[in-house]
Design a protein around this ligand. Structure first.
Ligand SMILES: [Zn+2]
Length: 148
C-alpha cells in the first residue's frame, strides 16, 4: 500500500516463540490461545495466506488486520479486510494497522507486523516520500490522487 510507513516487523519475536516451543520452555497451550473474537475476525475479515501453520502444519494461516487511531472513533480496534485498507488510507490522515496471523485449526496466533496508513504518507509528508519522487518521478496516477 502506497501510504504504508513506519513498518515494524515481528518475525524475530515469532521465531523466538517457536524456538521456546521447540525447546519445551513453553507449551502449545501458551501460544495456541486465539480468542473467539480473533477467530471470528479471521473468519469474516481475514486474508487467507499460503503459509502453513508453524504449529499444526495442517491449516494455512489467516491474516487479520486490526485498525487503531483517533480518527476511527468507534471503529478503532475493529478488524478490516485487506481490501478496505487502501480506501480508509485515502479517507483518513493517519491510523495504525496491526496484522495478526491466526491458524483456524489449532488457534496459534501471533503479531506479524504493524504499520501506519493514511493520507499523511502522501507527497510532501515524509522524507521517504520525497526520495521516491526524485527516484522515479511522479506518475500521472500519483499526481491525480494528490489533487483530491
Ligand atoms: Zn495450526
Amino acid at each position: 500500500m502506497r501510504t504504508q510507513r513506519q513498518v515494524v516487523d515481528y518475525s524475530l519475536q515469532k521465531r523466538a516463540v517457536l524456538r521456546d516451543l521447540l525447546a519445551g520452555r513453553i507449551g502449545t497451550y501458551d501460544v495456541c490461545d486465539a480468542s473467539p473474537y480473533l477467530k471470528n475476525a479471521a473468519r469474516f475479515h481475514g486474508e487467507p495466506t499460503d503459509q502453513r501453520c508453524p504449529i499444526c502444519r495442517s491449516e494455512n494461516l489467516i491474516h487479520v488486520h486490526y485498525i487503531y487511531g483517533d480518527e476511527l472513533k468507534q471503529s478503532a480496534g475493529q478488524a478490516r479486510t485487506r481490501a478496505e485498507l487502501p480506501v480508509l488510507a485515502m479517507t483518513l490522515r493517519e491510523f495504525q494497522v496491526f496484522v495478526v496471523e491466526v491458524c483456524p485449526g489449532c488457534d496459534w496466533n501471533h503479531l506479524v507486523e504493524q504499520f501506519l496508513l493514511g493520507r499523511d504518507g502522501l507527497a510532501g509528508g515524509t522524507e521517504d516520500a520525497a526520495e521516491q519522487e526524485t527516484a522515479s518521478g511522479p506518475t500521472p496516477r500519483r499526481r491525480r490522487e494528490a489533487q483530491r
